[in-house]
Design a protein. Structure first.
Length: 476
């Protein structure tokens, strides 16, 4: 299966309220031979306030932000076409599952497109960072790394690439970061060929669940507190090994004595599950977890000091006990329900609601027709959508792309709504003018102390741009 290596640069660290302003990708075959590539940049959407630090990192000047050939809407349209053309593929970036994937999903959602294009069958998705962490956990000689102040290996793309002999002067541009991702992954595949196919086997939820249900003992790679670790685990019984609420795989860490656990009630299991070290581990089945052969976990502490016969016995006790497994699922279900009851009840905006309410099939079938229509027909077609969120998104797209299409009252209403957001004096979820100026002042002090004239000039230009946006919407 081809690999679609891609990367984004954004106007903000917020996946709900920021925008992709640059995206690049390279399609390669299983031998890392390039088949296609693209790189697109767009203008900042009308009425959005960017984060200054995000633009400094990805080197986006005001000119790039305002004078690119493509509008934001046009760029997303091109990306959708390219991703469809590249399918089927494994879509993969660097730390993409935590950020880039979330951003593209929410951008597609807000632009009235199918959000799950990169992982909906036949496509799969993975994460280069997950692969690098697992390869390093198996053999720390596979990659040369920097070591941070806490004694942990640094797994940032630019750092890894530089330490392994790759040129990094263009880092933090979308296409260049895609190229660096390919170089680092190619090195891993070359040095650790025996694990490469195993790394990619968990590219979607169904494939991951098949492994969990089939295997008696697995090695699970997890990363926390700055370290990548291998855990030898036994999945629960095949009929009761998937979390009933979150749909994630559930496995037992084989370092623990499982016999006492088998006798516990559901309420007692709830207590044990919350204790550390954990006896129960969660496999996030839809987030490209790394699951390897049991032999890898058996080689590391503390499992290499446990009698292999005892490990096998513990695994069989877990895997073959459907009642115990069902009790565990009942316990985690109650924990999840209790957590949901105490969750914050603050209002969720339409932009944040992608996972709280899924778009109906009827509405989804209208997407292509809506995009193929004239702006006048787009406005008329909004009445056909059942989902009020899509109607709101559609009106804002028309406001940004073809404002003259909107009736005057609708145009003014959207303009006032944008004004209320960006001119708010409160601490908001999105970036406001007030928040931007506060950030800008702090950065100006920092760069003055560092005598960085180039960044100070950049801040002045960006500040003037935001002042212009503020003035425009104060008159709304």
């Amino acid at each position: 299966m081809n690999l679609a290596i891609w990367d984004i640069e954004s106007s903000s660290a917020s996946t709900d309220f920021g925008s992709i302003i640059e995206i690049g990708g390279i399609l390669i075959d299983e031998n890392f031979i390039e088949k296609d590539r693209f790189n697109l940049r767009c203008r900042l959407p009308e009425g959005e306030i960017p984060q200054a630090m995000a633009l400094i990192v990805n080197k986006t000047s005001v000119d790039l932000l305002t004078k690119s050939n493509l509008s934001h809407y046009q760029m997303l349209s091109e990306v959708e076409k390219i991703f469809k053309k590249w399918s089927p593929a494994i879509f993969l970036g660097w730390s993409n599952i935590g950020f880039d994937d979330e951003m593209i999903r929410k951008e597609f959602f807000r632009s009235i497109r199918y959000p799950y294009l990169t992982n909906a069958s036949p496509n799969k998705r993975h994460d280069g960072l997950n692969i690098a962490r697992a390869a390093y956990a198996i053999d720390n000689s596979v990659l040369k790394t920097e070591i941070n102040a806490k004694g942990n290996a640094v797994m940032k793309l630019e750092s890894l690439a530089r330490n392994n002999g790759f040129e990094v002067s263009g880092a933090h541009s979308a296409i260049f970061d895609a190229e660096l991702t390919i170089k680092v992954l190619s090195l891993i595949k070359k040095k650790q060929p025996q694990t490469w196919d195993a790394f990619l086997k968990t590219g979607n939820r169904d494939d991951t669940e098949t492994i969990i249900k089939k295997e008696n003992i697995i090695t699970l790679n997890e990363y926390f507190y700055g370290k990548s670790r291998l855990y030898l685990c036994a999945p629960l019984h095949p009929n009761a090994c998937i979390h009933p609420v979150y749909k994630f795989g559930q496995v037992v860490d084989l370092r623990v004595d499982v016999k006492p656990l088998l006798k516990l009630s559901i309420s007692d299991l709830k207590v044990e599950i919350k204790k550390t070290p954990k006896f129960l581990r969660t496999i996030r089945s839809n987030k490209a977890p790394i699951i390897l052969d049991a032999s890898y976990g058996k080689q590391v502490e503390p499992y290499n000091a446990i009698d292999p016969a005892l490990i096998k016995e513990r695994a069989e006790l877990v895997k073959n006990n459907e009642k115990f497994s069902q009790n565990v699922l009942n316990a985690v279900k109650e924990i999840a329900e209790e957590k949901q009851q105490t969750a914050t009840q603050e209002d969720i905006t339409a932009e944040e609601s992608i996972y709280t309410r899924f778009t109906s099939k009827k509405d989804t079938l209208l997407f292509s027709k809506w995009h193929d229509s004239t702006w006048k027909d787009k406005l008329i077609m909004l009445d056909k959508f059942e989902d009020d969120r899509l109607v709101g998104f559609g009106k804002k797209i028309i406001y940004q792309e073809s404002p003259s299409t909107l009736p005057e009252t609708m145009y003014k209403k959207i303009r006032r709504e944008i004004a209320e957001r960006i001119l708010s004096e409160e601490k908001e979820k999105w970036w406001t003018c007030k928040e931007f100026y506060f950030e800008c002042d702090n950065l100006r002090e920092k760069f003055t102390n560092e005598k960085d004239e180039k960044k100070l000039k950049f801040l002045d230009e960006l500040n003037a741009f935001v002042e212009g946006v503020e003035k425009k919407y104060r008159e709304a």
